[in-house]
Design a protein around this ligand. Structure first.
Ligand SMILES: [Zn+2]
Length: 253
């Protein structure tokens, strides 16, 4: 058994036997890690605090060689992120981001940039409208997974520069007006939406969030990237369904 000390963000927790928890967390250098925390309930709330959803903490865990379920022994909190858990939109969006990361990454496959992306999103969620963060988060998560849509030229004929056209969900790429008959399901994309999508796929999250765009453009970009993500996932995540079900409540009167 080797021992690790690492910072991480809690993606998921699940009660295990009478007094234990199974925790899935995301680390910068080891990627996603799953482990058991024993005796959380016996020792009261203070011990459990380090293992609440979205917590950023430094963890000590013992790596088991024959299982991917390790033994987590200790947590010292760096940021509790209680502001996320105190609000419905914070819980809904942060849970969605966590499930996406959990769904798309494999156990112990390092993605330091995904760790940074999740950490930054948690900082921005309480202060910037979450739907804007979602679009940037999803685009950049796709980039880190190597799934970023191809946006430089027409996939079919290579025409470029291409400033507006159609987005083929099936191919994850742009096609020009002339090649549209090759994928009639491709969604139209305006030049403004394309410019935003290109910026989101290249720039740092902070820079993307600094510039605001019209609601129409934001919606177009979100529709494209969400449709593409759902197509790649092949299913609708539970947290996504929850988010959609409470959207009317979140928008307010
Ligand atoms: Zn073309």
């Amino acid at each position: 058994m080797s021992i690790h000390k690492t910072e991480a963000l809690v993606l998921k927790t699940m009660p295990f036997r009478s007094s234990s928890l199974i925790v899935t967390f995301f680390t910068p250098q080891l990627g996603k890690v799953r482990g058991v925390v024993k005796g959380v309930h016996r020792e009261g709330e203070i011990r459990q605090a380090g293992f609440e959803l979205f917590t950023h903490a430094e963890y000590i865990f013992y790596e088991k060689k024959r299982s991917d379920l390790h033994l987590i022994s200790d947590a010292s909190i760096l940021e509790s992120h209680h502001a996320l858990r105190d609000r419905l939109d914070g819980i809904a969006y942060a849970s969605y981001f966590c499930e996406l990361v959990d769904e798309l990454t494999e156990v112990q496959d390092p993605h330091p940039k995904i760790f940074d992306l999740l950490k930054e999103s948690f900082h921005f969620l309480p202060v910037i409208p979450p739907p804007r963060i979602e679009t940037v988060f999803v685009t950049q998560l796709l980039r880190e997974m190597g799934w970023l849509p191809f946006l430089e030229s027409c996939l079919e004929c290579g025409a470029k520069p291409i400033e507006k056209g159609f987005f083929s969900i099936r191919h994850g790429a742009l096609i020009c007006e002339r090649c549209r008959p090759k994928d009639t399901a491709a969604l139209p994309v305006s030049s403004a939406a394309l410019a935003v999508l290109r910026a989101y796929s290249k720039e740092a999250m902070e820079d993307c969030l600094r510039t605001s765009h019209s609601a129409l453009i934001e919606d177009q970009v979100k529709t494209l990237i969400t449709t593409f993500l759902n197509y790649r996932l092949g299913k609708l995540l539970k947290t996504r369904q929850f988010l959609d079900s409470i959207r009317a409540v979140l928008k307010g009167p």
